[in-house]
Design a protein around this ligand. Structure first.
Ligand SMILES: [Fe+2]
Ligand SMILES: [Fe+2]
Length: 160
């Protein structure tokens, strides 16, 4: 059942990410709007990926039938984190920033579509409802903590 709370939580975040990514694509130059929206997106994507790894992907990695899928997603998180780091380093008023942003957006939209279409249904078919409950509890308690942490932690910073 991929309508379990954990998957609803994750999809709810994804929808916010889609909206933020669309809004950011409409901004221009080194505007206040672009820098505010980008900072929200950066913190949100870092915190979401971290809390998702601590809940869903930690559980999937522990299951031999789901391990490869989990590794694939975690490696995409790393790729997105690298993009975010490059965006932080790039002058927002340059055309290079928007080009890089659009590459990152394309990759991230692919990532969350794949999670929703492949990873979540497969995890839902394989894991127990006790696992699903526990993952929701972990995600919901970790996400606000990861948001606080992301506020002070740039992409690529060493964790733990
Ligand atoms: Fe993810
Ligand atoms: Fe996700």
């Amino acid at each position: 059942m991929s309508d379990a709370r954990i998957f609803e939580d994750l999809k709810h975040d994804h929808d916010r990410h889609r909206a933020l990514l669309a809004q950011l694509g409409e901004t221009s130059g080194a505007s206040e709007e672009r820098s505010t929206l980008f900072e929200s997106l950066r913190q949100e994507l870092q915190a979401h990926a971290a809390a998702e790894e601590e809940s869903l992907y930690a559980t999937m990695l522990g299951n031999p039938d789901l391990r490869e899928e989990a590794r694939h997603s975690v490696s995409e998180h790393k790729e997105i984190d690298d993009y975010l780091g490059e965006l932080v380093e790039t002058d927002m008023s340059s055309s290079a920033w928007l080009i890089k942003f659009k590459q990152m957006r394309h990759r991230y939209l692919h990532h969350i579509d794949e999670e929703e279409e492949d990873m979540f249904p497969e995890a839902a078919d394989t894991l127990s409802s006790a696992d699903e409950k526990r993952m929701a509890a972990v995600f919901e308690s970790r996400k606000p903590k990861e948001l606080e942490r992301a506020a002070n932690e740039l992409p690529g910073d060493e964790r733990e």
